[in-house]
Design a protein around this ligand. Structure first.
Ligand SMILES: *Cc1c(COP(=O)(O)O)cnc(C)c1O
Length: 249
């Protein structure tokens, strides 16, 4: 069993050395998938939710700069403790009453989970309120699995939401679409196909090129398939940092 598989499925806690090894293994798998697909524009986001600072530091020291977190309070605290050149991705359920805390994080790179107009307008207000000097990058989250427990707008509603962001939220910048998908071991998971179709439809509706909207899809279990299907950003947690003690959101 290679280090990455072991890290993803084991229950033992990883140390800094394990994380470095697992990160390097994931990075080489990402690079291989990129090469196989003839792609360049794919970034790796290390999803560090629930993990202790020393493991984030190990990844940082190994050159990782994009990190993903799900809980606003945890992100605020980690952003204070980690170097300011990190690009933080917020990938958790977006509550409007947390928008201001989020927008206050200077090196917040993107909020990937805008799934309704209310959330977009709360973020817009928050960005104005805290006086960020550049627009905040956001993605529209799409529920491609149809499971009620997963957040995201219904496929088909993403055009309207994207329009609302572009037209009514001048301090937000729409940079792409994101999905979690469903567990799917096939070579071409249906969820990723849906997200790509949504992205193409949104680009067409906005009169922009498809390349101007990224696809954030692919996690520990399916990031290679996601890259093959056009993902620009894979969000890998447990395969880098080890299994989490409480279930992912
Ligand atoms: C937790 C989480 C991930 C990482 O999941 P793993 O299976 O541990 O790689 C990616 N995306 C989102 C939205 C998450 O909540």
């Amino acid at each position: 069993m290679d280090a990455s598989t072991e890290a993803g499925s084991g229950t033992a806690k990883l140390n800094e050395h394990d994380v470095t090894t697992a990160l390097e293994s994931v990075r080489s798998r990402v690079n291989k998938a990129k090469a196989d697909a003839g792609r360049e524009d794919v970034q790796l986001v290390a999803v560090s939710k629930t993990k202790p600072m020393e493991l984030l530091r190990a990844a940082y020291d190994n050159g990782q700069r994009h990190f993903g977190e799900n809980y606003v309070q945890e992100l605020v605290s980690k952003a204070e403790q980690m170097p300011s050149d990190i690009k933080w991705h917020f990938i958790g359920p977006l509550q409007t009453n947390k928008a201001k805390a989020l927008a206050s994080i200077a090196n917040l790179h993107v909020v990937e989970t805008v799934d309704r107009e209310k959330a977009a307008s709360a973020l817009e207000k928050a960005v104005v309120n805290v006086g960020r000097d550049t627009p905040l990058n956001v993605m529209v989250q799409v529920n491609t699995s149809g499971e009620e427990t997963k957040s995201g707008c219904v496929p088909g509603d993403s055009i309207q939401l994207a329009r609302a962001i572009v037209n009514d939220c001048p301090h937000l910048r729409l940079v792409g679409l994101m999905t979690i998908g469903a567990p799917d071991t096939s070579d071409e998971p249906a969820a990723f196909k849906i997200l790509k179709e949504e992205r193409d439809a949104v680009a067409q509706a906005l009169g922009s090129s498809v390349d101007s909207l990224q696809l954030s899809m692919g996690m520990s279990g399916d990031f290679e398939a996601a890259i093959k299907m056009g993902s620009n950003s894979v969000r890998v947690g447990s395969t880098i940092f080890g299994a989490r003690e409480y279930p992912r959101k």
